[in-house]
Design a protein around this ligand. Structure first.
Ligand SMILES: CC(C)(COP(=O)(O)OP(=O)(O)OC[C@H]1O[C@@H](n2cnc3c(N)ncnc32)[C@H](O)[C@@H]1OP(=O)(O)O)[C@@H](O)C(=O)NCCC(=O)NCCS
Length: 278
């Protein structure tokens, strides 16, 4: 592909089959501060997912730039978005973001400093009040569209919209200081995604990808990229901190300038997960 912009590496790890305590290989690379945050979590599965997410991010950063996993240090922005500590960022231009929910952790990493990346995952659980939640948090157009859908379609669209909105907020780094109903996602009939903002020039700088993971999760990526060049997103599935296989995730939608590859690092690896999609 003739594409000058560095790839975005999106890696996820399905953790629900792991024992409900942090894998030793994950704990080993965490900083003292990460370990103490991990230990303070009440439930074993939360400690497992926290350690897995942070070790996965460290492994992805080390695959992008030549630095041992345990030697990455981070600082947080005004609303909590982590970035590389200035001493490292000065000579290692990287943007990244991290997400975790029960049973799935993921990160996105790109070797470029001036792009904003956000990632969010949610389990598509049954919930009685989806329309109410959409009315409370989404734009009017998004909430109306969800109201017009029935059953599983309504549920799916709710989580798709939710993760896209969260990924956008996370790329901005503003947290909930950014009103969630001040922007709107459109699911175009041609299979693409469109962000509506009051500033159309700004809206045009944003690209999104939406993935299904084993029929049980929706995973969204948001990228603010001022370059008009197409960019590749390489999706990988981790089976441990070190091992990667071809992903079982499938692409649902993407903006025109994101070229999403779900072939993974090894073309001939059998797909591992056979759980039936919902
Ligand atoms: C932190 C926040 C940005 C997202 O939180 P979340 O969806 O619960 O959590 P995720 O697992 O996706 O992401 C957490 C990770 O994002 C990163 N993060 C923290 N603050 C962030 C920020 N302001 N911007 C971007 N990333 C942030 C951290 O790496 C964090 O991981 P850690 O806590 O293990 O260090 C926050 O805005 C929030 O609580 N959102 C919930 C909003 C909501 O109710 N939305 C309604 C529907 S749209």
């Amino acid at each position: 592909m003739d594409c000058a912009a560095p790839d975005i590496h999106l890696t996820y790890w399905l953790t629900s089959d792991l024992p409900e305590e942090p894998p030793a290989t994950a704990l080993d690379v965490l900083s003292p501060c990460e370990r103490s945050r991990c230990e303070r979590l009440l439930f074993g599965r939360d400690r497992r997912d926290f350690a897995a997410a942070h070790a996965l991010l460290r492994a992805a950063l080390s695959a992008t730039a030549n630095r041992p996993r345990s030697e990455w240090t981070f600082e947080a922005g005004r609303f909590g978005k982590p970035h590389l500590a200035p001493a490292i960022a000065a000579h290692t231009p990287i943007s990244f973001n991290l997400t975790h929910t029960h049973g799935l952790v993921a990160c996105a990493v790109v070797k470029q400093a001036d792009v904003d990346v956000g990632i969010d995952v949610e389990a598509t659980e049954r919930h009685e009040d989806l329309s109410e939640l959409a009315g409370e948090f989404f734009s009017i157009a998004e909430a109306v569209e969800i109201l017009h859908l029935a059953g599983d379609d309504r549920e799916r669209r709710f989580y798709e919209t939710w993760t896209l909105k969260e990924a956008f907020i996370k790329a901005l780094g503003d947290g909930l200081s950014h009103p969630l109903n001040s922007f709107c996602f459109r699911f175009d009939r041609c299979g693409t995604l469109r962000l509506e903002l009051s500033d159309m020039v700004e809206a045009a700088t944003w690209q999104f990808a939406l993935l299904d993971v084993i029929g049980q999760y929706r995973l969204s990526l948001a990228v603010r990229d001022r370059s008009p060049v197409a960019r590749r997103v390489v999706v990988c599935e981790a089976t441990s901190v070190d091992a990667r296989i071809a992903p079982s995730a499938s692409l649902l939608r993407a903006s025109p300038r994101l070229v999403v590859s779900t072939r993974g690092p090894l073309d001939r690896v059998a797909r591992r997960h056979s759980r039936s999609p919902r």
